[in-house]
Design a binder for this molecule. Structure first.
Ligand SMILES: [Fe+2]
Length: 192
């Protein structure tokens, strides 16, 4: 995986500073590097030494999904920032069908954020064909299979500590004001 640049966000977000963003970009790059490192090391590991308790191959396999999701979810997050457009009719209709109303949908995202130290993902569930909010406790734990991610919300403390300290609710308000609905609308359109 190659590191993508999201410098177009600098100076453009409301309530999320460049210092916060730059620190976050660095963290994202770290996940990409670790993913590449894991994938390189896997090529030369002795597979016959794979073991549930401990084995070099086994440990690398255990962390592979952490590094991949850690990298890729950050790309989805940065991509769905930069206030643009409005929720589409399709997004509103699917949110209302699943949560009762648009306000209830937003309230669910915020309540989900309060429930995890990690990620909130709004997904299109291809099994029941509904919009869902899921929470991840680590980058790789908590997401049911068969999902298309429509909106990624980074709730790890590193996403807001520089700007908001422990005031997570204020960060969530800022995040919602910076959502690029154009991207979210397109993701749903191609998933549903
Ligand atoms: Fe993050």
């Amino acid at each position: 995986m190659e590191v993508k640049t999201f410098n177009h966000l600098l100076g453009k977000l409301k309530g999320i500073s460049d210092a916060q963003l730059k620190a976050h970009f660095g963290l994202y790059e770290g996940y990409v590097k670790k993913l590449n490192e894991i994938q390189e090391k896997l090529k030369t590991q002795d597979k016959s030494a794979a073991n549930y308790s401990f084995g070099e191959f086994s440990e690398l396999k255990r962390r592979e999904a952490v590094a991949f999701n850690g990298a890729y979810l950050h790309e989805l997050y940065f991509e769905n920032l930069l206030a643009k457009s409005k929720p589409s009719a399709q997004l509103k209709a699917t949110a209302e069908a699943a949560f009762g109303s648009w306000d209830a949908f937003i309230a669910d995202i915020k309540a989900s954020a309060a429930s995890t130290p990690g990620w909130v993902l709004v997904t299109w569930n291809k099994a029941d064909k509904k919009l869902h909010t899921y929470i991840l406790y680590e980058h790789h734990i908590g997401l049911p299979v068969h999902q298309e991610v429509v909106l990624a919300l980074d709730c790890w403390e590193h996403a807001f500590m520089i700007d908001y300290g422990t005031k997570k609710a204020d960060y969530l308000t800022a995040f919602m004001e910076n959502v690029n609905w154009d991207i979210v609308n397109k993701r749903l359109e191609s998933a549903a």
